[in-house]
Every structure is written in structure tokens, then in C-alpha cells.
Design a protein around this ligand. Structure first.
Ligand code: V3L
Length: 85
């Protein structure tokens, strides 16, 4: 985004960047001041929660991952499950 930040979700030992489309939706909701945002990822609906700073499957809220908004230059595993070269 304009301020050099991006949205990330937690992997096993590092952070994945959200895909472009999803991160745009998340950023819009965040900027509006919403507390949550529903996104569709690989056919599943996830709740992105800006209070808890985590995402979870709507159908299985036990499967939660931490999220963060951080500088786009931080070390990351890749984007949306696609490993960085
Ligand atoms: N964007 C893309 N895929 C996601 C996302 C998301 N925001 N959230 C979950 N998945 P769960 P390592 C991740 C995928 O939380 O080796 C990574 O993208 C998730 O993919 O139980 O642990 C990698 O592809 C997982 O495959 O709903 O770092 C993969 O894990 C599946 O949805 C391995 O990453 C279930 O996740």
C-alpha cells in the first residue's frame, strides 16, 4: 500500500503475504474502521479479525492464524502459499 505496508498471515515458521485481491479487501475494511472482514480463500470463507489480529475459517473457528500489517519488505515465505524463489 501507499505507506509501504502489506497484510500477512502466519505459517509454520514465518509469514505469508495475502494475495493481492484479498489484501485489497482487507485493507479497505481496515481503513473503514471495521472490526472484522469476511474474505473467500480457495472456496472457504475466512473471518479476518482486526481486534484479535487473527484469521479463522468461518465454519471452523478453532483453526485460527495470527495476522499482521507490516512493512512489505519483511522476510516472508511467499505470497498466498506460493513460495518466494
Ligand atoms: N491465503 C491463502 N491460503 C490460506 C490462507 C490465506 N489467507 N489461510 C489459510 N490458507 P487453515 P506453512 C497455508 C490455506 O488456517 O508451511 C500457506 O499458504 C493454508 O495455506 O487451517 O505452514 C501454505 O500454502 C492451508 O493450506 O484454514 O508455512 C500452507 O499453509 C489451508 O488453507 C503451508 O504453509 C488450511 O488453513
Amino acid at each position: 500500500f501507499e505507506d509501504g505496508h502489506q497484510w500477512f498471515y502466519e505459517g509454520r515458521n514465518g509469514w505469508w503475504q495475502y494475495d493481492e485481491r484479498t489484501s485489497k479487501d482487507i485493507e479497505e475494511a481496515f481503513k473503514r474502521g471495521n472490526t472484522t472482514c469476511d474474505v473467500s480463500i480457495a472456496g472457504k470463507i475466512y473471518i479476518v479479525d482486526f481486534v484479535e489480529m487473527e484469521q479463522k475459517q468461518k465454519q471452523n473457528v478453532l483453526r485460527s492464524r495470527r495476522i499482521k500489517r507490516d512493512l512489505s519488505t519483511i522476510p516472508k515465505k511467499g505470497i498466498s502459499g506460493i513460495r518466494a524463489a
